[in-house]
Structure formats: C-alpha cells, structure tokens
Design a protein around this ligand. Structure first.
Ligand code: FO1
Length: 317
C-alpha cells in the first residue's frame, strides 16, 4: 500500500499523479478535515472534496477546488434569499455536500460517507479522513481568532497569523482504516500541502505520529515551498510569521523527527546539503506540477526515490 497525506490543491495534484502511476487499489490518501465547516446547514469538507474531484479528473483546473464547468444558480438564489455568498459553492458541488450531510445525519461516519462519495464518483483510490471526530483549525490573528474558512476565503488570508490551534484535536482518534493503511505502508508520501494547516492537523491527531513512525515504509515529503514561496495559498507567509524558515530546509526541520527523505525543486538545489546534514536523503527535481502527465512524472520520481531509501535502509541493517 502507498499512503499519501494530502491537504488542498497542491497536495491533491500529487495524489492524482500517484493515482495515475499506481494500480488504483494500491493508493490510500489520508485527507485533512480541519478546514471543514457547516455552511447553509451542510457539512463541507473542502480538502477531502479537492482530493476527490482531482482524482476523479473533474476539479476546476483554474482554482483547483470545486467542479470544472460548475454554475452558481443555486448560490445566486440563496443570495437573493439573504444567505451569505462569500464561500462559492457550485450547483454540482452542492450535491456532494447534500449527500455527505444526509449520510452523516443517517448516522454514518465521515469515513463511511467519504467512501460512498468516492465510490459514487468512480474513484478507486481510498480517500480516508484523518479522523471522524470534528476538528476545526482556529487561526489567531491581531483581530482575534478566526475559523479557517473565514481567514482563508472571506478575509482572503491577509491577516497575519500569530498562532494556530486545532479545536477538538484532543478528542480525535486515528480511524481503523488509517491505522491499517499506515501499518501496511510500503511508502508514505507527504504531498506538497501547507505543513502548518493542511498536513499539521493530520499529524496532530493523537497517535498518528506514532503510527507514522512505526510504519514499515520510508517517509518522504515533497516540499510545498519553492524559491521561498508557496505556489498557492498562505503557507509562505504563515511559516515566516511563526518563525520558520520559508524553504525546503524549514519544511525538513518541521518533519525531521519522522522523515527519511525530502523532494525539493531544482531552484533550491543549494539547500540539499544542509537538509542532508539533518539526516535526510534528498531528491532534487522539478516539483512544479502542470497537467496530469507532469503530476504523474513527479509521482513516479518520488516513488522511485522512496523505494531507493528502502534499499538503503535494508543495506544499512
Ligand atoms: N476557496 C476560495 O478561495 N474561495 C472560495 O469561495 C472557495 C469555495 C470552496 C468551496 C468548496 C470547496 O471544497 C473548497 C472551496 N474553496 C474556496 C477552497 C478551500 O477554501 C480551500 O481549498 C481549503 O479549505 C484549503 O486548502
């Protein structure tokens, strides 16, 4: 089993690359649920949906989230009825939120509901929520605490972030399916998502890091930071604001207690030696992903790199 940890748009692209490079049943994607919210009375799981739509080949290619070609007639009428319209939900996108909310209301877990949606869209890879309990990222700012979507979408992630916390994380547990996937993981890939608010919540589920470290396969991360910047979203400003190095070296330091290898972009090749001084192996390649064939290429290179670490580890014993 190949296990990928993914957040939103950037992570989902590599997850799709992996789904194109592997037999479909060999891939399990563990997704972030701390961006989730209740909106219009519906349960919305943005990062799970971004992975699902991207693997289904139906994600909006411009934004990376939502469904390609979707329309907003429902949202337009909701606005006329006095509802908020700052969070853009398309007509087709509503179907996913309605179906997920109905399954949860019928007593299904988020894991079961996500499996039903994944099956419904014909995606063969498993998409597993990081936990079934509610967890919500709270972003502390000079204007006070903000829920994640308020910070990210409504206020366009312009607020300086002074702290991040995951409300409810103490009560979260590692679902059986996630534990089983990690226990049988030949390779674990941390996709290029925001290390603080996309992969951070997954790693913060009590017991997750222990299982990640105990997993058989090597653990490899693909840096979401290239040339001091995030390709999309506020990861660079967040890392800087919280005192981390905005570079693959800074990412390596965040994951160093369990990481075996780091994939970094050619633009940051000069940092490879410092990263290896942390005890990690490195692969320097082009990590900017264009369309599907580029995503597949990076996935193939990352898998090859990870498997080479397995051989090194065995040789070292
Ligand atoms: N991101 C935005 O910047 N603006 C939106 O209006 C928006 C709507 C939206 C609807 C459904 C969905 O699954 C994701 C959506 N996103 C939107 C993206 C989302 O806020 C982020 O992808 C994650 O929360 C962070 O990765």
């Amino acid at each position: 089993m190949i296990v990928a940890l993914a957040g939103g748009v950037g992570g989902a692209k590599l997850a799709q690359g992996l789904s194109l490079a592997l037999p479909p049943d060999d891939l399990t994607v563990i997704g972030n649920t701390a961006d989730d919210m209740i909106h219009f009375g519906l349960r919305i799981s943005p990062d799970l949906d971004t992975v699902l739509y991207t693997l289904a080949g139906m994600a909006n290619p411009t934004t990376g989230w939502g469904i390609a070609g979707d329309t907003t007639r429902t949202l337009d009428l909701l606005k006329r009825l006095g509802a908020e319209d700052w969070f853009l939900i398309g007509d087709l996108d509503f179907a996913i939120h309605i179906r997920r909310s109905a399954l949860l209301a019928a007593g299904q877990s988020l894991t079961a509901a996500t499996a039903a949606l994944t099956r419904g869209l014909g995606v063969r890879a498993a998409i597993l929520p990081m936990c079934d309990e509610p967890v919500a990222t709270v972003v502390e700012t000079p204007d006070g605490p903000l829920s994640f979507q308020d910070y990210f979408v409504r206020r366009r992630h312009q607020d300086p972030v002074t702290a991040i916390r995951f409300a409810g994380i103490e009560a979260a547990t590692v679902p059986d399916g996630v534990a089983a996937a990690l226990a049988s993981a030949e390779v674990i890939i941390l996709c290029p998502s925001n290390p603080l608010v996309s992969l951070g919540p997954i790693l913060a589920v009590p017991g997750f890091r222990d299982r990640l470290t105990a997993a058989p396969g090597p653990r490899v991360a693909v840096s979401p930071i290239i040339g001091g910047r995030a390709l999309k979203g506020p990861a660079d400003r967040m890392l800087a604001g919280l005192g981390h190095d905005v570079s693959p070296l800074g990412v390596a330091r965040l994951y160093r207690d369990f990481l075996d290898g780091l994939v970094l972009d050619e633009e940051d090749a000069a940092l490879a030696a410092e990263i290896e001084a942390l005890g990690l192996r490195t692969l320097v390649t082009r990590t900017i992903m264009g369309e599907a064939d580029d995503r597949r290429r990076l996935a193939v290179e990352t898998l090859g790199f990870a498997r080479s670490l397995t051989l090194v580890a065995r040789a070292g014993r």
